[in-house]
Design a protein around this ligand. Sequence first.
Ligand SMILES: N[C@@H](CCC[C@H](N)C(=O)O)C(=O)O
Length: 272
Amino acid sequence: MRIDFTKMHGLGNDFVVLDGRTGALPVVDAALAAALADRHTGIGYDQLIVLAPSDRGDFRMRIFNNDGSEVEACGNATRAIGLLHGRPASIETLGGMVATTPTDSGISVEMGKPRFDWNLIPLGYPMDTHSLPVAWEELVNPIAVNVGNPHVIFFVEDPYRIDMARLGPLIENDPLFPERINVNVATVTSRDALTLRVWERGAGLTRACGTGACATAIGAMKRGLADRKVTVALPGGPLTIEWREDDEIVMTGPATESFRGSFDAADYGISD
Ligand SMILES: N[C@@H](CCC[C@H](N)C(=O)O)C(=O)O
């Protein structure tokens, strides 16, 4: 059996999409997600996206990191799926309902509302999430927010001077974060512009992280450092993030289809 896929990316954060909205797909589990993710022996991606029918929205989107873990949200992939769908869509995810709309400036996504309670991030124990009393070397007093998935944000002088390859995994796997965490380091360059690098939970350093951009923008706004609409510059390019008065986070930016292909299910241990 051959399985069709679409390779896509949002600002260089890349995905393979398996579209089960109308036809049946094989069971996708952590082992298959990790095997397909291998850039040498599989297809390669930061995240695997599996689309399925939904009772609550137009369809359901499952998200797997390249280490095989299934997670709640992915901003860049949501824009990519918005592009694939070609018209407005309401999408069920583990992190809640999200809504995509094609616009002149890219795909716009209503990502949901931010959560700041320590148990909703989640943290391992009660703590002030506005300024966690913790430090990993020069990374100190982060703000934590859940935007469908968990993020911790450090405001620093220059994100490009932080050794993310070393500090990222230390923080991601710290026992303070029972479900691990996405690690953001950012600079506020003006009230409407931020610079950001992200060590993603389960995927490592990526060129862009949409939920990271949302979480960091919200963190800067919550601390009074930024206005309610900002541009977030990631290594792969910029995203626009707005925190509307009704508490909804709206992310707008590009998405691209790279190519389509298929793989032989038997090569990954899937029998007909
Ligand atoms: N690349 C994504 C986030 C993907 C999930 C994340 N690594 C997690 O484990 O929560 C984005 O664009 O938001």
